[in-house]
Design a protein around this ligand. Structure first.
Ligand code: DX5
Ligand code: ZN
Length: 215
């Protein structure tokens, strides 16, 4: 399977989002990563439904929505209606994760679980078969432009092993501090989807950076 690049809109130019999305539409990025933050689960607030709906109108790409919010169960159908193709919730603030994953699928989206750097991979071993995606955070969630945490590499490998062992078809997505200097080892460890915010939007030629990350 070829590597999926998911540029993170968090690092895009909010004064001219249309232009950045147009660039992504022309690029080799298959997904667009959308970070929703509530200022409670993470120490930052990003954007919500109005922005997501506007983005949906501007692109046909797969919208990969990463929720860093509490009480997400109340909003699953609303995220679908706003245009999300995939919805990923965090393990750390989930009580009835199994129920949530079924609800996301029932709403017609791909379902993912994200885990913070301190969370061991094996906590999802009883769930892995139900998941479409495992999002391994390689920074502490909340902000773009942070430094990649090296320990993530062994977590990716462990997650890949778990997926194979349980015969799951879940994809492994890595989010935070991914750039051209570390993408090779992230992919070698078993990642299928690379999120990149700063590395793409902070580069001189974002389209070329996307294509280089993919290569
Ligand atoms: C951080 C977000 C990331 C962020 C990644 O909480 O989940 O998606 O946008 O940004 P970079 O690639 O700049 O680390
Ligand atoms: Zn994210």
């Amino acid at each position: 399977m070829s590597i999926i690049i998911a540029p993170s809109l968090l690092s895009a130019n909010f004064l001219n989002l249309e232009k950045d999305i147009e660039m992504l539409n022309q690029s080799q990025a298959k997904w667009i990563h959308v970070d929703v933050m509530d200022g409670v689960f993470v120490p930052n607030i990003s954007f919500g439904f109005p922005v997501l709906k506007a983005v949906r109108k501007a692109t046909k790409k797969y919208l990969d929505v990463h929720l860093m919010i509490h009480h997400y169960d109340n909003f699953i159908d609303e995220f679908k209606a706003a245009g999300a193709d995939g919805l990923t919730v965090h393990f750390e603030n989930s009580i009835h994760l199994h129920r949530t994953i079924q609800a996301i699928k029932k709403a017609g989206m791909k379902a993912g679980v994200a885990m913070n750097p301190h969370t061991p991979v094996n906590v999802i071993s009883e769930m892995i078969f139900d998941l479409d995606l495992v999002l391994i955070m390689s920074v502490n969630p909340g902000f773009g432009g942070q430094k990649f945490i090296e320990n993530t590499i062994s977590k990716i490998a462990e997650c890949k092993q778990l997926i194979e062992q349980k015969k799951s078809s879940a994809l492994i997505e890595v989010d935070g501090g991914v750039d051209l200097s570390n993408c090779k080892k992230i992919i070698a460890a078993g990642a299928n989807v690379l999120v990149a915010g700063n590395a793409v939007f902070g580069s001189a030629n974002p389209m070329q950076t996307i294509s280089e990350l993919k290569q």
